[in-house]
Design a protein around this ligand. Structure first.
Ligand SMILES: O=C(O)CCC(=O)C(=O)O
Length: 265
């Protein structure tokens, strides 16, 4: 699959774009169903087995499931989504890796942590994106259910807009379920409020340059059966080609057995 030059240019010049038909439409209902199950499971586990020191605290990332691909093959398959990689490679290089993989849902009558003017990458280097965000909507985004706001061209400035400046210039995106939003993660955005009675679900990935640290140590965190089901693109994306040795025995190995493989940037 090849990215559209016009849409890539929109990411570069305006900071974001909607790419149609990134997912097979018939895969969406199952992803949506699994997302709801995982979100409920997270809340239950948080109450039943709180992390030490956090007993009694509310779940910190409500309506966001972290690392769903470790618990559900439907989410693992997206690590190799061809449309996504067709856009990531020209923007970040064909060696880019996953920084974070979560879900983002707007509950009925509410919103989530993304309802603030924010960027998903604090670094600003002129003409050099370090991180790209990808949103896979699992519901059509509308004004009523919390379509995301983006401030066009805000990735071109080192300065943060005020909230007034943001809303004076922001545009909302209206992808359909199964489309994909691709954005320079330094573009200011804001998650909307869902005023309907049905949850608005989405999957959100943040992708970084190959030599940057990932949010989690995915090669250690990902279950073996998930890794075994992936091909070279999925493994590289998880960080398997850019690991670092933990001993001289792991360092002094032939090139084909190196943990940080040659030509990874
Ligand atoms: O779900 C959304 O609409 C926004 C998500 C978001 O802001 C983020 O992932 O940083």
């Amino acid at each position: 699959m090849i990215a559209s030059d016009e849409l890539l240019e929109r990411v570069r010049s305006r900071g974001f774009t909607v790419v149609p038909d990134a997912l097979a439409r018939d895969s969406v209902p199952r992803l949506r169903e699994r997302l709801e199950q995982l979100a409920e499971e997270d809340l239950r586990l948080w109450t039943e087995r709180p992390y030490p020191g956090l007993e009694g605290a509310p779940y910190p990332d409500g309506w966001m499931v972290h690392n769903p691909f470790t618990r559900s093959p439907e989410f693992a398959a997206l690590l190799e989504n061809e449309a996504m990689h067709a856009y990531l490679s020209p923007l970040l290089g064909a060696t880019c890796t996953l920084y974070a993989y979560t879900t983002s849902s707007m509950p009925p009558g509410g919103t989530n942590l993304s309802a603030r003017v924010h960027v998903d990458s604090p670094r600003w280097i002129p003409d050099y994106p370090t991180n790209v965000g990808v949103i896979f909507p699992l519901d059509d985004f509308t004004d009523d259910n919390g379509a995301t706001y983006f401030l066009p061209r805000s990735h071109l400035s080192p300065d943060a807009p005020t909230e007034a400046e943001f809303f004076a210039g922001a545009e909302r995106v209206y992808p359909r379920a199964g489309d994909m939003v691709v954005f320079n993660a330094r573009t200011y955005h804001f998650g909307g409020t869902n005023r309907t009675g049905r949850a608005r679900h989405a999957i959100t990935l943040n992708v970084c340059r190959s030599y940057m640290k990932q949010r989690f140590d995915y090669p250690r965190l990902t279950p073996k059966e998930v890794v075994d089901a992936l091909g070279p693109v999925g493994r590289r994306f998880l960080g398997f080609d850019t690991r670092v040795p933990a001993s001289l025995a792991e360092y002094f190995v032939p090139p084909e057995r190196r943990l940080y493989k040659p030509n990874q940037g």
